[in-house]
Write a protein that binds this ligand. Structure first.
Ligand SMILES: Cc1cc2nc3c(=O)[nH]c(=O)nc-3n(C[C@H](O)[C@H](O)[C@H](O)COP(=O)(O)OP(=O)(O)OC[C@H]3O[C@@H](n4cnc5c(N)ncnc54)[C@H](O)[C@@H]3O)c2cc1C
Length: 295
């Protein structure tokens, strides 16, 4: 199918893009087009004006320092995935991005576009929440930074105003003595996950678990992060505490059925993957601390 007729605007700088956005509240921003164009082509979305931001070179940056990773709104998934500095400072980014779709889609789709699209089956919205990141948005009225916790307000719905364009996302650095893991189950390589789970485990100076959090993909309407620290009394990780963490996560989540999986199957995946990634993140924390000690 073909999209309904639309007007196409290709501004060459952000100020111009924001002016068009302010004048056209029904307009949509075109980033990589990997979600928007299929929706328009299937006529699930009718867009009177398309504002193509791909000419805005000022939004093409990836900046890494000790505080974390910032990436602009036209940075492709593939560029962020290949960025060594980003992988070093916040390794969850690369761990999750390698599961996003196929290489061809990653070459065009943007990580900020994925966050704004706010599909709870997407990896990057959850990673923004799990890292405690934020999204910077701009309009002709100015700029504001939206913490991940205030961004995802409903199924594929964000707190962006109609005249705003997302310009940059920020993901804080992995804290000291911490490790990460991400894993998911999909029917075929490159498909959206039936369930995905990411974890961050932080140790105290004696190597006991001080904090443990997990983030969930494809289990609810919005990306969910659950604090699982209380499941590791005394900071010990064993089969019992891992099983407790899976159960605790499920008390907070309400896995939903769809044409791909029943609610029970999703719950089983969430429980199993939670234990798996927590164990892996705990090992990763140990390995990173040892490596740092040797350096
Ligand atoms: C076959 C297939 C498989 C896929 N599998 C996965 C997967 O496994 N995991 C996954 O996470 N994703 C998957 N995707 C989606 C892919 O990651 C997209 O790249 C992503 O969801 C959207 O990014 P985009 O740059 O293409 O955004 P677009 O399609 O251009 O835009 C998406 C939406 O966000 C809005 N938008 C985009 N950028 C901005 C901005 N800067 N400011 C304001 N609004 C903006 C648009 O107006 C639109 O509403 C898949 C896509 C396809 C086609």
């Amino acid at each position: 199918m073909k999209p309904a007729p639309f007007r196409y605007e290709r501004p060459t700088n952000l100020a111009e893009a924001l002016a068009v956005r302010a004048a056209e509240p029904e307009a949509k921003v075109l980033a990589g087009g990997q979600s928007l164009i299929p929706l328009m082509s299937m006529r699930l979305s009718t867009v009177p004006v398309l504002i193509d931001i791909n000419g805005l070179e000022e939004l093409s940056h990836i900046t890494v320092d000790d505080s974390g990773v910032r990436f602009g709104a036209i940075v492709r998934h593939s560029a962020l995935l290949a960025h060594d500095g980003a992988a070093r400072v916040q390794p969850l980014i690369a761990a999750a991005l390698q599961h996003v779709a196929h290489a061809t889609i990653r070459n065009r789709g943007t990580s900020v576009g994925s966050i704004v699209h706010a599909d709870a089956s997407g990896e990057m919205p959850m990673i923004l929440c799990l890292t405690g990141g934020s999204l910077t948005v701009a309009s002709t009225r100015g700029r504001r930074e939206i913490p991940a916790a205030d961004l995802f307000v409903g199924a594929m719905e964000t707190s962006l105003e109609p005249d705003e364009i997302a310009v940059e996302a920020f993901m804080p650095a992995l804290p000291a003595r911490s490790g990460i893991a991400y894993d998911e189950v999909a029917r075929r390589h490159g498909d959206y996950a039936l369930c995905g789970v990411g974890a961050v485990v932080t140790h105290d100076e004696e190597g006991r678990i001080e904090h443990a959090r997990a983030g969930f993909v494809s289990v609810s309407d919005v990306p969910e992060v659950v604090d699982l620290t209380e499941c590791f009394p005394g900071g010990e990780l064993d089969e019992g505490s891992l099983a407790a963490a899976g159960e605790h996560a499920l008390e907070r989540l309400d896995p939903e059925p769809d044409i791909h999986a029943t609610a029970d199957y999703r719950a089983l995946l969430a429980r199993t993957l939670t234990a798996r990634v927590l164990r892996a993140a705990d090992e990763d924390a140990r390995a990173r601390t040892m490596q740092k000690g040797r350096a």
